[in-house]
Write a protein that binds this ligand. Structure first.
Ligand SMILES: Cc1cc2nc3c(=O)[nH]c(=O)nc-3n(C[C@H](O)[C@H](O)[C@H](O)COP(=O)(O)OP(=O)(O)OC[C@H]3O[C@@H](n4cnc5c(N)ncnc54)[C@H](O)[C@@H]3O)c2cc1C
Length: 471
């Protein structure tokens, strides 16, 4: 029997599998990792549960809201946000607030003010680089003191070679939750004068980290008749006049009615003997640190821009749910950007000493003895890297793959899209709607689900050009 084959059991793949199995269709999900969840999985060590950096659910879209409840019931906690930035040796609440002002070095505040008044940064209006975008909007002072170093450390390429879309999603990411438009330095200053921006609440699984949600979703897929094969990497794809025909695994071949791919785009192109596009993803080494007592700070996460600090962000699982750590203990998750195959990726323990020293330097630990254990994990393809030329390369890659009408690219990795879980969920809803709508021989169950999806008017499949997205 031909199956609906989904490659990747991340947020997008599992949501799609959930909707298609609910409609009674035969679905097989193929996942290369040993666990489901993709970037939204968690690492579990006895009673400690660490997500890959800070993860929580938020969406203004009722379709996503209903889906969250359908899967998880009320097994969610509602949490508000407490994030910080470590800047010039001090912690500041993030987004910046009025109380931040006295803590900023006087010279910086003064020069940033001059940038604002005089529009001091002269950057080319035509340029599409991150550097010029930030210079135009935020001025040279903030660019040089914060945005450049953070971005270069994060992406591993010069800010001048980074596309401005990274700024559109990356810089504005940090404040967007409060729905404040930070398109200019003036807006940032206005933001600093708002005593306390409107708080939004987020949902977070009560126990076992964000993973709990995606594990529950996977259980529902299986209960509805779908299959999920973990630890399986496709070995090949067979094509015919009607498109993709078969996905070959080491021990089995799957006949494909449809193939939805949420893995990296170049990998798919190679399997289909198409030119592999020059698109790269940034990977992460994650240090999950088990503490014998709560951490010094209670923020949920904090950004670290300084290039001489090894990590780019710290997050504190217990501030998402107290059940992520044993009572009286604590945890810290450190994200260290790297490239798959580089020295850090190959030997992540090489920075172990620096990790401890940097944690002490930024006073995130009381002393070294607070550390009970350190667990090191590797996370592949965590972020698409937006080089200056990526939009054209991506368009070309999508065009090269258009010969296969039953092939669909899906989610953050599959669409090379810097997005959030809710965007991947919406993307899967849109694709499920398209697939079910197109079915001439729909059975009663399929028709019902299709009608529900059509009623909910899911947003159109997003283009890789992100309008608002952040993670
Ligand atoms: C540090 C960090 C913090 C974040 N914080 C938030 C947050 O607070 N809120 C939020 O909503 N979102 C957040 N996100 C974003 C969120 O994690 C992603 O948007 C979402 O998980 C993407 O899901 P996906 O299914 O689209 O892609 P992925 O999670 O990338 O899933 C792709 C899946 O495909 C699998 N795969 C790849 N290649 C193959 C292959 N050849 N064969 C088989 N399987 C393959 C992968 O293993 C993976 O499981 C964050 C992301 C990161 C990295």
């Amino acid at each position: 029997m031909k199956r609906y084959v989904v490659v990747g059991a991340g947020a997008a793949g599992l949501t799609l599998a959930y909707l298609l199995t609910k409609a009674g269709l035969p679905v097989t999900v193929v996942e290369k990792e040993s666990e489901v969840g993709g970037l939204a999985r968690s690492f579990h060590y006895d009673e400690w549960h660490f997500d890959i950096g800070p993860h929580r659910f938020y969406s203004a879209n009722p379709v996503v809201g209903n889906f969250l409840t359908e899967v998880m019931g009320d097994d969610f906690l509602e949490i508000s946000r407490t994030s910080a930035v470590h800047f010039m040796g001090h912690y500041h609440s993030w987004p910046l607030r009025l109380e931040t002002l006295p803590k900023l070095p006087l010279g910086i505040a003064f020069r940033a003010g001059l940038d604002l008044l005089g529009k001091a940064a002269r950057a080319s209006e035509d340029s599409v680089s991150f550097e010029d975008y930030v210079l135009r909007r935020y001025g040279r002072t903030l660019y040089q003191t914060f945005f450049r170093d953070y971005t270069e450390k994060f992406l591993g390429i010069p800010a001048s070679d980074t596309h401005q879309n990274w700024a559109k999603v990356g810089v504005e990411r940090a404040t967007i939750d409060e729905k404040v438009n930070t398109a200019s330095l003036a807006e940032i200053f206005k933001l600093m004068l708002i005593p306390k921006p409107r708080e939004l609440n987020f949902l977070y699984p009560r126990r076992d980290g964000v993973h709990a949600f995606w594990r529950r979703c996977a259980e529902k897929v299986v209960a509805a008749g779908g299959e999920i094969l973990t630890g399986k990497v496709p070995q090949g794809l067979e094509t015919g006049p009607e498109g993709l025909q078969r996905l070959v695994l080491d021990d089995r071949t799957l006949d494909c009615e449809v193939l939805a791919w949420s893995g990296p785009v170049p990998e798919l192109a190679r399997m289909l003997h198409r030119p592999a596009p020059n698109l790269s993803y940034r990977s992460h080494v994650v240090y999950n640190i088990l503490l014998d007592s709560p951490p010094v700070h209670d923020y949920q996460w904090c950004y670290f821009g300084a290039k001489d600090l090894v990590f780019s962000r710290l997050s504190n699982p217990a501030s998402f749910s107290p059940h992520t750590v044993p009572s009286g203990r604590g945890g810290l998750c450190l994200e260290i950007p790297c490239q798959e195959g580089d020295l850090l990726w190959e030997d992540p323990a090489r920075v172990r000493r620096q990790v401890v020293e940097d944690l002490l330097r930024v006073q995130a630990l009381r002393d070294e003895a607070q550390i009970q254990a350190m667990k090191i994990e590797r996370v592949r393809d965590a972020y698409p890297v937006y080089h200056v030329g990526y939009p054209e390369r991506l368009d070309q890659a999508f065009e090269d793959l258009q010969d296969f009408p039953n092939l669909h690219l899906l989610g953050r990795t599959g669409r090379f899209w810097y997005n959030n879980m809710d965007h991947s969920i919406e993307n899967a809803f849109a694709l499920a709607g398209e697939l079910l709508d197109g079915m001439a021989q729909a059975n009663e169950r399929t028709r019902q689900v299709r009608d529900e999806l059509l009623k909910s008017r899911p947003p159109a499949t997003p283009t890789p050009e992100p309008a608002v997205a952040r993670a």
